[in-house]
Design a protein around this ligand. Sequence first.
Ligand code: BG6
Length: 482
Amino acid sequence: MLMKVRDLDNFTFVLFGANSDLAARKLFPSIYRLASWNQLPGRYRVIGVSRSDFDHETFRAFVRRSIEADDPGVTIDPERFEAFSSSLFYVPVDLTRPEDYAALRDEIRRGVEEEASCRNLLFYLSTPPSLAAHIIGNLDSAGLGGRRPACEGWRKIVIEKPYGHDLESARELNRIVGEVFHEEQIYRIDHYLGKEPVQNILVFRFSNGMFEPLWNRHYIDNVSITIAEDFGIRERGAFYEEVGLLRDIVQNHALQLLASVAMEPPVDLSADAVRDEKEKVFRSLRPLAGEAARQNVVLGQYEGYRREKNVSPESLVETFAAVRFYIDNWRWKGVPFFLKAGKNLSRRVTEIVITFKCPPQNFFGPPDSCSYTANQIVIQIQPGETISIRFGTKRPGEELVTDPVFMTFDYNASFGMEKMSPYQRLLVDAMAGDQMHFIRQDSVESSWAFVDGIRKAFAGSLPDPYAIHSEGPVSVARLIGG
Ligand code: BG6
């Protein structure tokens, strides 16, 4: 992949929303790392676009501060940063005004010979969903759309989540972007798909002969997915009031993890073969709407959320969701998948736990003690990057009783090398033209269809309260227990 990227020349990265929180926290540090690791094309330029009143120099200073804030211990090598900084440019644009895009087009064309200047263009939308349609339409009117390249080379667009705010708006966005770019030029990004342990799920499942034969309803009792954070919404009150946790985490990160665990083996490793199998999982999800949603979902809101900045004192927005999913296909029929995701929980952890059924006879403990030692595969995505297998073993001593023990693989211990960040990895994929870890049009729509059912069922209801740094609302117990 990197070979392909290094072979590119005349690459321009155009970042809409250059003043966004995401750009500062994730994108600039990732681009800088790509540049310092020599993972960008030979000649590259980064053009920041937003309403902020920067010029090239103040933009460069802003980028530098973002890189320093990302890794406070880091000492930026002045020469390396200078080389990087000279490739950064800025154009102030009111994203809704078509006439502002002429300046952007001029900046894209400036500095390189006319012919080559439009070769490889990657547009990145780190902007609220409501602006996406404006940007795409205005790019097209300025002659920068993917379906009408002015000269050879490629044009691609990366669109950040949330992709729309429900099924209808996602469909509309797909229609609009589809008029200006071909599906092969569209990269709907979910940074979870750039995490090493998430990409490893495919490898773990399909490169080992010993797990896959057991990976089904005959041997697996349940699967649980946790995406827990020990902090609140931080400064993003306005965003959260519009979005809520179902849209922020469940529609994308959680459903993508679920699909990676539950999908069938792809026919090959092409992007579409992998995405075909994920899409089948979404289509096999038992819909959770109306009463079914109320029985299988608990929404929560942490105490104090309504006092956060830019949050309504009467807000009904959820900051927590627990969902019991069922996948109605031959592999998974009847196996519950439990999801728990939330802000301000007791600890920060993202992990998937696959719990196997108990052996038919339990010789080594009281009859109901099996769950104490039930076999599990625990895929921890963060903070650790580990896979552990849990099994029962004889406790040393005279008696024949079992204790659970773990065998653990740890990325750091085994490989120890400095890893690419998810955004770094996904940017390389987008430049190289690999869409495997990006979400296809059909899947973005089927995951919205699923989440919309839950949202509608709870519309106007007060989420269950939970204490900060707890395990979530106490009502969650009824899902796990039932
Ligand atoms: C983002 C959400 O997509 O993912 C945030 O908008 C969330 O609310 C973040 O905190 C979690 O990402 P990570 O990589 O820190 O788990």
